[in-house]
Design a binder for this molecule. Structure first.
Ligand SMILES: [Zn+2]
Length: 270
């Protein structure tokens, strides 16, 4: 493992999100590398400082009252349970709704309260599952020797390389001039389907762009989120699903997605 690979994984290590194999790879690298050991130590120090800084803020009691009043006492109550029990149970139910990532908003919650509490979890289970899979695939790709099956910055080499390997033809776009260097492509597996992975580099950060056939139906919503410390973007275009994942900051990943889609749809020359 080299420094840029370790750099990507150190945050996940601190968050306890690496499997044993990845964790011991990172630890082995840190044990033999001063720079990465320094980085890990300072991140740990920041963590300790944040934890002891008392930054947690409780929601005001009035908000809790408002939410409890808005929850339907009858349906929140197990059959036959007194209303007072239902009222006491209500905050737990709300927490579960928020943190499970589901979107089963009680009809009695006002839209305003719902918007406040459920921001960024407006997505279905399939989105969650795939976001988790693309992050895993991204982490796998950062292992030595796993990043590319075809390594070249030439889009005219990468695009035909996918011929016959996929039932779709992913658009392969060189964004070197825009600050995102194409470094190759590979086949990957997302949601049980073979997907194209286009690999870009921004400074020492890797961006994986996964492209697969859109399954059809109504599932055409885009989205963005932070998943296990990685930024993930999803959009659908021309019957294809696109998932971009990287540890670059959200603004730069948005820029990448914008430049990619703009280049995929060049304005007709007049
Ligand atoms: Zn290092």
């Amino acid at each position: 493992m080299n420094c840029s690979e370790a750099d990507v994984l150190i945050n996940a290590l601190l968050d306890g999100e690496l499997d044993a194999g990845h964790a011991s790879d990172v630890e082995a690298h840190v044990a033999s590398c001063h720079d990465c050991a320094d980085k890990l130590a300072s991140l740990r120090a920041v963590r300790v400082a944040m934890a002891s800084a008392g930054l947690k803020e409780m929601a005001p009691a009035a908000l809790r009252d408002r939410i409890e009043r808005a929850l339907p006492a009858a349906s929140a109550s197990p059959a036959g349970a007194p209303a007072s029990i239902a009222r006491r149970a209500a905050p737990w139910r709300l927490n579960r709704r928020v943190f499970a990532g589901g979107f089963a908003v009680g009809t009695a919650l006002s839209a305003a309260v719902a918007a406040t509490l459920l921001v960024a979890v407006v997505r279905d289970d399939r989105d969650q599952k795939i976001a988790s899979e693309v992050v895993s695939a991204h982490l796998r790709s950062l292992q030595p020797g796993h990043l590319t099956d075809v390594e070249t910055s030439d889009q005219h080499t990468v695009k035909p390389w996918f011929n016959g390997k996929l039932d779709v033809a992913p658009p392969v776009i060189d964004l070197t001039a825009e600050g995102f260097t194409l470094i190759g492509g590979r086949l990957d597996d997302i949601d049980g389907e073979t997907a194209a992975a286009l690999v870009y580099r921004r400074r020492h950060h890797v961006i994986n762009l996964f492209v697969a056939r859109h399954p059809g139906g109504e599932h055409a919503r885009g989205g963005s989120e932070i998943h296990h410390g990685f930024n993930v973007r999803h959009w659908t275009d021309g019957g294809l699903d696109f998932w971009a994942v990287s540890d670059i900051n959200a603004g730069e990943l948005d820029e990448f997605c914008k430049k990619f889609t703009a280049a995929a749809h060049p304005a007709p020359s007049s």
